[in-house]
Structures are given as structure tokens and as C-alpha cells.
Design a protein around this ligand. Structure first.
Ligand code: FRU
Length: 507
């Protein structure tokens, strides 16, 4: 993402979407239509904290460079516009467009204010666009689905085409009950109840922003599983907000999980590491996928923040960023089917285009000796992609020091005896704005052929780690001084080897 750094401070990311001004939280209405990717998002057009919730809007030709658009769906005195999804209604089932000009339809949660006759309720509503998302009209018949509930929200709608028929399916949550509720519709306006899933696995917080999609296992179209994504807050694996996923089947009516470890509303903290997590860091929340992405790709984006401290992060003029876009797949690893994630790489073509004067550094096949070795200036930066392959060998602990300088550092360490990768931001820079911000995140990661492969994206205020080709990810915000830009390698004992290291910079 390329945004101006004119407004804001040293923390404004270069490649992650931020609203030019003001507050942003969940990604909404992720959609590909007519050659353009749309990113809508929870946005306060009038302030740098949560409130006046409306759908902000940005568009992109490539998921890497985003252009901010005018607010798409605005709150009014009766309703705030909470999270939801958007679809291209190709067959004009809703009648909001014409067969020749099918509409884009947004399905969002109306959070009714006390000034409204429906005051205090959350129900699902529609808005549509017949000009490629430039302008949006609220449907006169809103809301289209009201359960009389105060916590019914975050509808994700997709077109189901299977043994049970062809129709729209909505997954939404009864947040307090830790339930995902499923409905179906022929026209996006009249909805019929299908089934309920949950509570299961992580239930230590409200369930929000669900998603449901089918993916091939190991790329085999004949062998698929359905993935049910359930974000929850708090109660995440690293504390506060996080996303979990279940794998299973969906027959057009009900999702049946194959990965349920614990059922019911009693959180069992001892089993947290057995659940499926989208990310093991503190700052990847409300992640959902694009609708209608070309070539059957499943592309997800999360809000790179955490409700525990999200209102207090030390940025000026703007607050909240999106993660990089991630392509997710299912793969068999160590005999288990798991979700594998790869970030779309904003620095893929960097040498050819925008890299004048920025970092570029490589080395290979070098011993990793005991102690810390600082890399030269051409390996430094606040915006970097780092690819490292490490053979720890006889070392007990190996890793990288990131965003280091003046006593600040973010530590990415692998402990060979426990098999745990950890990201430590306790000395990363400004951590004092909230008591829970200084933290250490950890994830079990087995070595493969004795090696650890890491892909790390640094972007001024964030660290995103993809370990073992996306088997595990850790996403954390950090707020170091701009001058804290060094990278170091460390080991506690001799005997390890740096198989390869490649660093490119973006600024
Ligand atoms: C998740 C969430 C959603 C809600 C939105 C309000 O972060 O709480 O459940 O729709 O944010 O901004």
C-alpha cells in the first residue's frame, strides 16, 4: 500500500493500508469485481477513536497498492454500520441492478441507536451499488434479518452451489452465545434459518466476524474441506483479540467440525494450543476473506490491532492498519491438515522499480557462531522483507534481532529444546501506552530437515512472521524509534549454520 506519510508520524506503514485520516478497525466487504479489489472497513470519519461507525472504502488493482475512496456507507442518527460482507450479485437475484449491470450488494450489521424504533438491536441490512462501488444506496426494506437480538452481527455471505442446491448462505454470530448462525436466501432479502454451530474450542471472549469457505487439500480439487473462521475477543491465544478456525464439512445446511477439541462455554485454557489459530500474535483480528477472488484464490485480511489496547496506539491523525493480504491454503503437514498462509509480497518487484537507495543484502552458507552478529547498514531499515533459513545444529537458541538500536530491539528467537518460536516485543520501543502491550508471543514450530525457514515483513509499526512456509504466523505491532533499524543474528552456542539470508528494503 502506498500512502502519503505527510499526515501522521514515523509509524505510518508503507505497505499496509491505513485510512488517510482517522480510526479504522475490521476489514469489511472484501470483494473482487470488474477488475478491481474493494476493501471496505470499519471507520470513524470524524475522529481517531472508535465511533460513528461507517464503511470506509479503498480500491486496488493488485491487492498491494490501495487508493482511498469516499466513505461508502455512512452511519446516521438511527444506525451505526457495523461489520459485514459484500457480493457481486451476478444474476441480479436481488433486483437492485439489471441483468446487464448486476449490482454489488453489501450485507452489513445495523447497530441501532436508542433514537431508532429498533433501539439496542443488531440486525442485518443491505446496501447496493450499480456504479462499481462508487456510490451506495441503503435498501428501503432494511433490516432484512432481525432476530430481536442485541448481539447478532458480522454477516459473511457467499453463493453456495452444491448437492443441496444453489443459494446465498449467510454466516453471522450471536456474539455473546459464542454461536455461528447460518441462514440461506434466494434473493439476499428473505432469509431462512439453516443451523447453528458452537460454542466450541476458544470461548473466552465474544465470537465475532465469522467466515466459511471450501478449500482443496494439498491442491487436490477432489479432496476438499470447509474452513469455518471465528474471531474472538478477548480469549485469543496470545491475549485479547485473535482468530481461530475449524475444519470440517458443510452440506449446504450445517457445518460439522472435525477439529473440535472442547465443546461448550467453559474455556479450557490448558488446551488453547490445540485449537486452530489464524495467527499466534497479538495483532491479527477480524480476519475474513475476499468474495469472488479470481482463480479460486482464498485471500484474507485482518485488522492489525487488538481491542485490549487498540484505542491507545501512539499514532497521530490515523489509527489502525490492515495486515498484508494473505493467501490461505490447506496442506498436510506432519500427517495433519492445517491452514497455510503466505503474504502477498509488496516487495516482490522492488529491485526493478522502487528500490533506489534501499536495503538489499544477501549471504549464504555461513556458520552461525555464539553471540550476536550485527548486519551491515545495507541490511537495515524500518521497511524490510527478510528471508532466513537457519540450521540451528548444536545451538540451543538462535534468532534475529529486529528494529534494533539505542537499546530497542524486537527479538525473534527459536528454542531448539522446546521447539517454540517466540516474538518478544518487551523492549521494542514505546510499549508504555498500555499495561498489556509489552508481551512475548510464542508458537510451537517443528524444524523441517533440521531447518527453520522464516519470512519476516517489517513495516514501520509492525512485524509479520511466517514460519516454515506459512505453517505458523505471528503478527505484532511495534513502536520503535525510526533510527532503530538494525538487524542482528544471534546464537547461544556455536554449531549452527545460516543456510541463507536475503533482505530487501522498501524505503
Ligand atoms: C469486531 C467488531 C465487530 C463489529 C465491529 C464494530 O472488531 O466488534 O463485531 O461489527 O467490530 O466496529
Amino acid at each position: 500500500m502506498t500512502t502519503s506519510t505527510a499526515l501522521g508520524c514515523q509509524y505510518r506503514p508503507q505497505h499496509h493500508y491505513t485510512a488517510d485520516r482517522n480510526w479504522l478497525n475490521d476489514p469489511n466487504g472484501l470483494l473482487y469485481a470488474n477488475g478491481t479489489y474493494h476493501l471496505f472497513y470499519q471507520h470513524n470519519p470524524f475522529g481517531n477513536g472508535w465511533g460513528n461507525m461507517s464503511w470506509g472504502h479503498a480500491t486496488s488493482p493488485d491487492l498491494l497498492h490501495w487508493a482511498e475512496q469516499p466513505v461508502a456507507i455512512a452511519c446516521d442518527e438511527h444506525e451505526a454500520i457495523f461489520s459485514g460482507s459484500a457480493v457481486l450479485d451476478t444474476d441480479n437475484t436481488s433486483g437492485f441492478g439489471t441483468p446487464d449491470n448486476p449490482p454489488l450488494v453489501a450485507i452489513y450489521t445495523s447497530a441501532y441507536s436508542l433514537a431508532s424504533p429498533l433501539g439496542g438491536r443488531q440486525a442485518q441490512s443491505l446496501a447496493y451499488s450499480t456504479d462499481d462501488g462508487a456510490t451506495w444506496t441503503k435498501h428501503a426494506g432494511n433490516p432484512v434479518l432481525d432476530r430481536g437480538s442485541a448481539d447478532f452481527r458480522d454477516p459473511k455471505v457467499f453463493w453456495y452451489d452444491g448437492a443441496a442446491g444453489s443459494y446465498w448462505v449467510m454466516v453471522a454470530v450471536e456474539a455473546m452465545d459464542r454461536e455461528v448462525v447460518l441462514y440461506k436466501s434466494a434473493d439476499l432479502k428473505a432469509w431462512e434459518y439453516l443451523s447453528t454451530f458452537g460454542p466450541a474450542n476458544a470461548t473466552g471472549g465474544v465470537w465475532e466476524c465469522p467466515d466459511l469457505f471450501e478449500l482443496p487439500v494439498d491442491g487436490h480439487a477432489g479432496n476438499t474441506k470447509w474452513v469455518l473462521v471465528v474471531n474472538l475477543n478477548p480469549g485469543g491465544i496470545a491475549g485479547g483479540s485473535a482468530g481461530q478456525y475449524f475444519l470440517g464439512t458443510f452440506d449446504g445446511v450445517a457445518f460439522v467440525s472435525e477439529t473440535t477439541v472442547t465443546e461448550g462455554l467453559q474455556p479450557d485454557d490448558s488446551r488453547m494450543a490445540e485449537y486452530g489459530w489464524l495467527d499466534w500474535g497479538r495483532d491479527y483480528y477480524a480476519a475474513v476473506s475476499f468474495s469472488n477472488a479470481p482463480d479460486g484464490r482464498r485471500l484474507m485480511v485482518g485488522w492489525m490491532n487488538n481491542w485490549q489496547y487498540g484505542a491507545l496506539t501512539p499514532t497521530n491523525g490515523w489509527r489502525g492498519a490492515m495486515s498484508l493480504v494473505r493467501e490461505v491454503r490447506l496442506a498436510t503437514r506432519s500427517g495433519r491438515v492445517v491452514l497455510i498462509q503466505a503474504a502477498l509480497d509488496p516487495l516482490e518487484n522492488v529491485e526493478a522499480t522502487e528500490n533506489a537507495g534501499a536495503a538489499a543484502y544477501a549471504e549464504a552458507g555461513r556458520p552461525l557462531d555464539a553471540g550476536t552478529r550485527w548486519l551491515p547498514p545495507e541490511a537495515s531499515g524500518a521497511v524490510l522483507r527478510i528471508d532466513a533459513e537457519i540450521e540451528p545444529g548444536a545451538a540451543g537458541e538462535v534468532g534475529l534481532l529486529l528494529r534494533a538500536g539505542g537499546g530497542e530491539r524486537t527479538v525473534l528467537a527459536y528454542n531448539c529444546s522446546t521447539g517454540v518460536l517466540r516474538l518478544d516485543r518487551t523492549a521494542s520501543g514505546n510499549t508504555g501506552f498500555h499495561e498489556s502491550f509489552a508481551s512475548v508471543e510464542s508458537v510451537p514450530v517443528p524444524l523441517e530437515d533440521g531447518r527453520l525457514r522464516l519470512r519476516i515483513f517489517l513495516d514501520r509499526c509492525s512485524v509479520e512472521v511466517f514460519a516454515q512456509d506459512g505453517l505458523a504466523t505471528i503478527t505484532d505491532q511495534v513502536f520503535p524509534a525510526e533510527s532503530s533499524s538494525q538487524v542482528g543474528l544471534f546464537a547461544d552456542r556455536d554449531g549452527g549454520r545460516l543456510v541463507s539470508l536475503d533482505i530487501v528494503g522498501g524505503a
